[in-house]
Design a protein around this ligand. Structure first.
Ligand SMILES: NC(=O)C1=CN([C@@H]2O[C@H](COP(=O)(O)OP(=O)(O)OC[C@H]3O[C@@H](n4cnc5c(N)ncnc54)[C@H](O)[C@@H]3O)[C@@H](O)[C@H]2O)C=CC1
Ligand SMILES: O=C(O)C(=O)Cc1ccc(O)cc1
Length: 365
């Protein structure tokens, strides 16, 4: 039986869900976005079947309504839809990175007979916007659902069945636990990444050369500081308490580091790094790894055409790349070309291609 789905907010996440839901011919996906340009792009790119000019009208006979807007905008929409005429069995859900405040608002919807099941796919990137949307974004990632205790199991099952099209691993967790866990692995790390960039920016006021040395490690650890500031403002506002608790723990951790440096032995310093390495190395790769790129570092000579040469080899062997950048750490000698791939298999093929077709050295991060 065909299903009408209305997605509000057609950026990276809304667009990716819309694309994933289109995998079933039974689904008819309507979309709406506050930005007319985004709405038009979503239609032209085929991210949605139909552009909704008025989401209230399209929502009337919708089976599922999905908010993929920044979380404060989602709260506003949840207030608005209290007055909408919706189907009795409609499922309303969201994709927001925070859950407690959203689920508090969901109680008010529930009181009006509207089922709202919170959702959060733990996959994404620092990129935003509809152009970055892709149907495979959520594959193998965790997708957390936070139903109210009063929500029927059958409605939760119905939503789970629909979301199977994302190929994500669906787990049900209480909203409070969700906000605690995400503060540890996502929200607070975004604060740290932004702070590291602020620290470099302050250094830049007195020593402009340092930023030119910011190569692989600094870029890796601060990648998420390039995320959408509006989205992170909203997340931080909604999960302030949990983030503050993580900040206190971080301050304790920094005091521990301070005392290792002032009073510890060389062995203590070794242990500090080796314990972190072994825990980090044991982290699961595909489950809960939020954003994985498979990077290949190629030492290219600094002459015109060398990048075209390499991308030409990949094109000839039909190896898709997802990103390409030059990291220049050593002036006048070589540049390192970093090419990213969607899968480890693509990266291995690319490595083999460079090995067999070029004299360049490469390494895998
Ligand atoms: N970016 C990420 O990696 C992840 C984001 N999320 C959550 O998903 C939601 C969407 O995030 P993204 O897609 O990354 O953001 P995005 O910035 O790519 O897209 C958001 C879209 O919502 C639209 N929008 C903003 N306010 C609106 C409003 N009031 N009404 C209608 N449309 C509005 C914007 O025009 C934009 O197209 C957020 O709640 C975020 O916390 C969840 C998982 C991962
Ligand atoms: O790019 C990254 O590593 C992210 O952190 C993406 C992300 C952002 C917000 C979420 O709620 C979940 C995932």
């Amino acid at each position: 039986m065909s299903k009408k789905i209305v997605v509000i907010g057609l950026g990276l996440i809304g667009g990716s869900i819309a694309l994933a839901l289109q995998r079933s011919p039974e689904n008819r996906v309507f979309g709406y976005d506050a930005s007319a340009n985004t709405l038009q792009s979503a239609k032209v790119l085929g991210v949605i079947h139909e552009a909704a000019q008025d989401p209230e009208i399209e929502a009337k006979d919708a089976d599922v309504l999905i908010f993929a807007t920044p979380v404060n905008a989602t709260l506003e929409w949840m207030k608005k839809i209290q007055a909408w005429q919706l189907r009795e069995d409609v499922i309303v859900t969201d994709t927001g990175s925070t859950k407690q405040m959203i689920m508090d608002e969901a109680e008010l919807l529930q009181a009006r007979g509207i089922t709202f099941i919170g959702g959060h796919p733990m996959a994404g990137s620092h990129k935003s916007g509809v152009m970055a949307a892709k149907p495979i974004l959520f594959e193998n990632a965790y997708y957390m659902l936070t139903p109210l205790a009063s929500t029927s199991k059958e409605q939760v099952k119905n939503l789970e069945n629909l979301l199977k099209l994302t190929s994500a691993k669906i787990v049900v967790v209480p909203a409070e636990e969700h906000d605690h866990m995400t503060s540890v692995v996502s929200h607070f790390p975004h604060v740290v990444a932004a702070s590291l960039v602020h620290q470099l920016s302050k250094e830049n006021e007195t020593n402009g050369f340092t930023r030119r040395l910011a190569a692989g490690g600094f870029r890796d650890i601060t990648r998420i500081a390039s995320s959408n500031p509006t989205m992170w403002q909203d997340i931080t506002v909604q999960n302030k308490e949990q983030i503050q608790q993580q900040l206190s723990k971080w301050q304790q951790e920094m005091s521990r580091v301070q005392s290792i440096l002032t009073e510890g032995t060389d062995d203590d310093i070794f242990r500090f790094f080796s314990e972190a390495k072994s825990f980090r190395d044991d982290l699961p790769v595909s489950s809960g790894a939020i954003f994985t790129t498979y990077d290949l570092y190629i030492d290219v000579p600094d002459y015109p055409g060398s990048i075209a040469e390499i991308t030409g080899y990949f094109a000839e062997e039909k190896i898709s790349i997802t990103n390409i950048r030059i990291v220049e750490t050593r002036e006048d000698v070589f540049g390192i070309l970093v090419v990213s791939f969607q899968t480890n298999g693509d990266r291995q093929r690319a490595a083999e291609c460079i090995r067999s077709r070029s004299p360049y050295e490469f390494y895998i991060s």
